[in-house]
Design a protein around this ligand. Structure first.
Ligand SMILES: Cc1cc2nc3c(=O)[nH]c(=O)nc-3n(C[C@H](O)[C@H](O)[C@H](O)COP(=O)(O)O)c2cc1C
Length: 459
């Protein structure tokens, strides 16, 4: 049975020893981020901070480990990939909620709106202020009406004002531009605290016409139940903990940033459009969700990895059926470092796959292709292939003048964002097709060999 809401998932985390409550007072800026860093480094439980200086409880770390991702998808590591693909292949349309929606138990409008009353930390010491980091804005494509969800950071600037940074090649960014061209303000609603599968659905790399509610329904195995917002023309999942309804004001500019980003570096502050909050609605006694971002590995990376790998594999495998697995490496900020395992059918096919990956909207910076005998999740195996199956002058190539992902600090940051360019590297670490190559020297059958003495020692 899919989770009906965040609270059911939290119950499971609690039972599995993956969630603990902290009842002593903790400071949102000076202490809570340090605790969150510890759970990322040590693979610890999700944390609920009951005394954080506000009237609301603060929850973070629910995506911080792979084990919690498995609990979110109610599966095991060996079945996760196939379960995700099957969900992508069987989208389920959303339904409208009958009766009162929990997310609208409390409705704040007009003078009652003050986002600063909720627990929102400043995660890294040089952040420009408090940031809502796991925010999921829901918007509609102004041309097609297709609903879109994605994760975007929001900088708290005032009681009803948030700064944000929607990169122009992401759908939220594209929707803003489309609305602007039509002389309209884009309306939307930020979700905080949903059934976890909805959060993973945000990171599926699909097309601009995809109905994201259908994707989320497919992944859940049941329709998402929606309710109309109070002040904007958008629908949101009825059981969301906290909803922030808004209008984008492209002419109301304000300084947004800096923020310690998933790249492990601060992105500098700059003047950007803002959103005006038109209503805040929430469940009674809501969990207000946060997420640590910054130097890998944080929950930001875990949250992206599963959906990126499955949805990008689906896209690539259509053209390259001999692709076995793909891995977006968390240390490379997920999207910058991609390893593909495939058995090339003819010489040059690995390079062709690299070029297809580089040309995609994911825009990886490093693409390495290895054969299926290499474990792409093992840095040691991948380094072995790169060291001894590669002749750099033949197998490594650099593509210059490709569009930059704006958050990469190695990119020349001068000039307007749309002028930024990057370069990317392809490494074909497969052995030449149809030519002899030295035989691998390993100890066959070692895995199956019974060694009770070692089993005992390991325990
Ligand atoms: C926690 C988190 C925060 C993110 N914040 C931003 C952001 O502020 N701006 C942005 O352009 N992308 C951000 N991303 C990446 C987008 O969410 C991601 O590319 C997503 O697929 C975009 O969805 P969309 O194109 O459907 O809008 C973030 C990702 C995560 C996991």
């Amino acid at each position: 049975m899919p989770y009906q809401d965040l609270r059911q998932f939290l119950e499971v985390l609690r039972k599995e020893g993956e969630l603990i409550e902290i009842d002593r007072p903790m400071h949102l800026d000076n202490e809570i981020p340090k605790a969150l860093k510890q759970i990322s480094v040590y693979g610890g439980p999700a944390l609920v901070f009951n005394k954080n200086g506000t009237d609301y409880r603060f929850l973070a770390g629910i995506y911080a480990t792979r084990r919690k991702a498995l609990l979110a998808f109610e599966t095991t590591e060996d079945k996760l990939f196939d379960k995700f693909l099957s969900g992508l292949d069987h989208p389920i349309a959303p339904v409208m909620c009958k009766g009162a929606a929990p997310c609208q138990e409390v409705v704040l409008t007009g003078k009652d709106i003050d986002i600063r009353r909720f627990p929102i930390p400043k995660y890294s010491p040089k952040d420009g202020g408090p940031f809502i980091t796991p925010a999921i804005p829901v918007t509609r494509d102004p041309e097609t009406g297709a609903p879109d969800i994605g994760h975007y950071r929001y900088h708290v600037l005032g009681p009803d004002r948030l700064g944000f940074y929607a990169q122009v090649f992401h759908r939220f960014g594209k929707n803003i531009i489309k609305a602007q061209k039509r002389g309209k303000k884009l309306q939307g609603a930020i979700l905080l605290g949903t059934d976890p599968v909805i959060a993973y659905a945000c990171q599926v790399q699909g097309t601009d016409t995809t109905n994201d509610w259908e994707v989320a329904g497919g992944l859940r195995g049941a329709p998402v139940e929606l309710v109309k917002c109070k002040t904007v023309d958008v629908e949101v999942p009825a059981t969301t903990e906290l909803v922030i309804e808004f209008e984008v004001e492209v002419d109301h500019l304000a300084m947004e940033g800096p923020l310690g980003e998933f790249t492990g570096y601060y992105t500098p502050a700059s003047e950007k459009p803002t959103v005006r909050i038109t209503a805040i609605t929430h469940r009674r006694d809501p969990y207000v969700q946060g997420l640590l971002t910054g130097k890998p590995l944080t929950e930001n990376h875990i949250l992206k990895q599963v959906p990126f790998e499955a949805s990008f594999w689906r896209t690539m495998n259509r053209q390259f059926p001999t692709i076995d697995r793909i891995a977006f490496r968390p240390a490379g900020g997920i999207q910058y470092y991609l390893v593909i395992s495939m058995q090339p059918r003819f010489q040059g096919e690995a390079r062709q796959a690299i070029m297809a990956a580089l040309a995609s909207n994911v825009r990886p910076k490093w693409v390495i292709v290895v054969e299926p005998d290499i474990d792409i999740y093992s840095s040691s195996d991948v380094e072995w292939a790169m060291s001894l199956r590669v002749q750099p002058h033949r197998d490594v190539f650099v593509v210059d003048n490709v569009p930059a992902t704006h958050l990469d600090p190695s990119v020349d940051q001068s000039g307007p964002l749309e002028t930024h360019i990057s370069s990317a590297v392809g490494i074909d670490a497969t052995r030449p097709v149809g030519k002899p190559f030295a035989e691998v020297a390993d100890v066959p059958g070692w895995r199956e060999f019974k060694m009770p003495e070692l089993d005992k020692w390991r325990k």
